[in-house]
Design a protein around this ligand. Structure first.
Ligand SMILES: Cc1cc2nc3c(=O)[nH]c(=O)nc-3n(C[C@H](O)[C@H](O)[C@H](O)COP(=O)(O)OP(=O)(O)OC[C@H]3O[C@@H](n4cnc5c(N)ncnc54)[C@H](O)[C@@H]3O)c2cc1C
Length: 417
């Protein structure tokens, strides 16, 4: 390392930190002296897991309604100033990552998250960005318009500009342990901090028999209710988990609100339409099956439509014996069966913790940030990515937030070096 004084230090070499360093390098033509610090021995550990290793890096529909935050106004300005086109353009034109768009969702054309990480790392290596990996940042001091950064191994660095890109509080094995709170506890006002909570996660249920459904996947719709009204809904693949409960992208999308209800003592339930068909269509389908396969048990007659254990589960939910003959079902019982397939109500008793959640809610309030993601009047102090109180739905929205907030901070730093 040349010496310990930098124009800009970035703590966290995850999605937002790597991207901030790259944008800053680009707009200052490589003239900014940057140090990227990460507690891990390598960069982008969580980024490598994204999109099941395929990295869903953005979404054509990224707009403020796809996120939860304390300040939709600041979020909108930031997303608008560096939107999905700019992010994808930067990957294509600056980093050389070819991308593909599947139904509005952007991926690297290789469908490998490693392509994204390697391209960011290659670009930064070539431009002379410096790295310190393998020791976490332990302390930060702000004094006389600059920042002193001390690592756990005792190394010290100084810079006029500091970007905190330490992520949220999920998958702690990737290094994201919510450390923004401890690192900035003497700088950030307590009222600007929102506690981290799992946001995109699985939902647990103690419903009798639900564990037997572990591993079953079905395409349908989910509706989150508080017993009186529908709070949120989504559609896609529902996966029954081995812990007892449900998971899958559409479940994760409604999980933040379900978790908030549980934390307030409200017991939510999720109504799952297991086949994504209306009650009248199902009724007709089951009537036809009664006429055609009347000599079979209910399970036998429905096994071609859904897995056997799921047939048994919905039968019991409809107060029917799965071994009863299909021909013995009355019209009322056919109705009950159709209703249980299109509106299976799963009681929710808990939610997956930080080790299961893809994203956390909480962090430093967005309302306390300037447009450049500078914290209040603390000149040179920027916070980006999941360390801020912004969490998006599944579908590339969280990475788009990482890129947009990183670009805002990079522009802020560039204006000052
Ligand atoms: C399994 C999984 C799949 C996902 N898939 C997608 C997807 O397909 N699309 C999408 O949009 N989003 C996805 N996400 C969410 C997305 O990965 C995150 O929102 C994004 O990585 C956040 O970026 P970040 O830079 O804020 O934090 P991170 O990427 O978490 O990076 C933070 C970095 O800071 C480092 N760090 C923390 N504290 C310190 C410290 N004190 N000192 C030094 N270093 C420190 C960490 O080691 C880490 O490398 C997924 C998440 C998971 C877990």
């Amino acid at each position: 390392m040349s010496n310990n004084v930098f124009d800009c230090i970035i703590i966290g070499a995850g999605a937002s930190g790597l991207f901030a360093a790259s944008v800053l390098t680009k707009i200052t033509s490589g003239k900014t002296k940057i140090l990227l610090i990460d507690g891990n021995g390598r960069c982008g550990k969580k980024l490598a897991l994204t999109g099941s290793g395929r990295c869903n890096l953005s979404n054509r529909n990224a707009s403020v309604d796809k996120y939860h935050t304390d300040s939709p106004e600041v979020l909108k300005k930031c997303l608008d100033s560096f939107d999905y086109k700019e992010a994808v353009g930067f990957f294509e034109d600056t980093l050389g990552v070819a991308t593909v768009c599947d139904d509005g969702l952007y991926y690297p054309a290789t469908y490998r998250a490693a392509t994204v990480i390697d391209s960011l790392r290659f670009y930064l290596d070539e431009s002379g960005c410096e790295f310190s990996f393998g020791s976490k940042c332990a302390k930060i001091f702000e004094k006389d318009g600059s920042f002193d950064v001390i690592l756990e191994n005792g190394d010290r660095f100084t810079a006029k500009n500091l970007i905190i890109a330490t992520g949220g509080c999920t998958y702690p094995s990737t290094g994201s342990t919510g450390s923004v709170k401890t690192l900035l506890k003497e700088i950030v006002d307590t009222e600007d901090l929102v506690g981290f909570k799992p946001a995109l996660t699985s939902l647990n249920s103690k419903m009798p028999g639900i564990k037997a459904l572990a591993g079953i996947r079905c395409r349908g719709t989910v509706e989150l209710t508080d017993g009186r009204s529908v709070i949120d809904s989504s559609e896609g693949e529902v996966i029954f988990s081995k812990e007892g409960g449900i998971s899958g992208i559409c479940v994760m999308d409604i999980s933040g609100k379900a978790a908030a209800m549980l934390d307030k003592g409200i017991k939510p339930s999720v109504t799952v339409n297991l086949l994504g068909l209306s009650e009248s269509v199902l009724h007709k389908m089951f009537e036809d099956r009664r006429a055609k396969f009347g000599e079979r048990s209910i399970t036998g007659a429905l096994t071609g439509l859904m897995p056997r254990v799921l047939c048994e589960f919905v039968c019991r939910y409809a107060s029917l014996e799965p071994s009863s003959m299909m021909s013995d079902l009355s019209d009322k019982e056919i109705n009950a069966l159709a209703a249980s397939v299109c509106a299976l109500k799963i009681s929710v008793d808990g939610y997956g913790g930080t080790d299961k959640a893809q994203v956390s809610s909480g962090g430093v309030k967005l309302a306390s940030m300037k447009e450049t993601m500078q914290y209040k009047s603390h000149k040179g102090l920027y916070i980006i990515g999941e360390a801020l109180n912004v969490d998006g739905r599944c579908g590339g929205y969280n990475l788009q937030w990482a890129w947009s907030s990183a670009a805002a901070a990079a522009k802020g730093v560039a204006a000052d070096v």
